[in-house]
Ligand binder design. Sequence first.
Ligand code: PAF
Length: 284
Amino acid sequence: MAPLVLRTVAETAAWVDSLRRSGRRLALVPTMGFLHEGHVSLMREGRRRADVVAASIFVNPTQFGPKEDLSRYPRDLEGDLAKCASAGVEAVFAPVPAEVYPPGYQTYVDVEQVSQGLCGARRPGHFRGVATVVTKLLCLFKPQLALFGEKDYQQLQVIRALERDLNLGVEIIGMPTVREADGLAMSSRNAYLSPEDRQRALALSRGLAAAQALCRSGTRETPALVAAVRRELEAAGLREDYVELVDATSLTPLPAVSPGQTARLLVAAFVGSTRLIDNQPIGG
Ligand code: PAF
């Protein structure tokens, strides 16, 4: 069945109120649209764990820097609604920016520590925008649970921190990255890639797999693991933004993967003008 499309905060609040009165459990899947199998996996898992799934489709302007791709970010509301329908989503919040940030808007959420390195260091203000919009969505929908992909691993840690620090009482569920058959992590930004760049983009997942294999064979020091990723990026002619090995929760840099520890290896690189990210657990 086609989902109910909610355009305003008032309509959404009324829908949420009636749902709460019915006692049904709600799962929320926040998105920026141009949905792919990764988003659909979150919706399906939401259905499995709750009675009702709602999604938001909102290209959030506050998480884009002045030189980033806000105006050209891919959009396809009709196609997205069809995917939501087939994933069993009951309602979709699809507001215009002025509904979320009306004139006079002045409240932002800053998650201080986990926002600092990695993408946070390269995209100033990005996680402040993400944390603000996600907080607003969680306050509006009051879901029992909300689902996010591990592809945006730092974002997931930022969201876990804001939920905990603000006592929002929402279970935050991180779901594994969904990949194309050849290993490329699914992302709405893959739509920017030419067929040649699409091939070159495989260097990210290949680099992570090479580092993982090296770690399994006993090499646990950061420089060697990072070098394994860099070799793939260089061979494909990609410009590295960062390659870092960090603690999986605090995201602080690690000198090595200790025995028994599961760390996270994260990469960001430019394929032409398109910036892609990927990550993988490593060690354990
Ligand atoms: O991951 C995304 O699509 C966005 O950053 C999110 C969480 C929907 C906030 O705009």
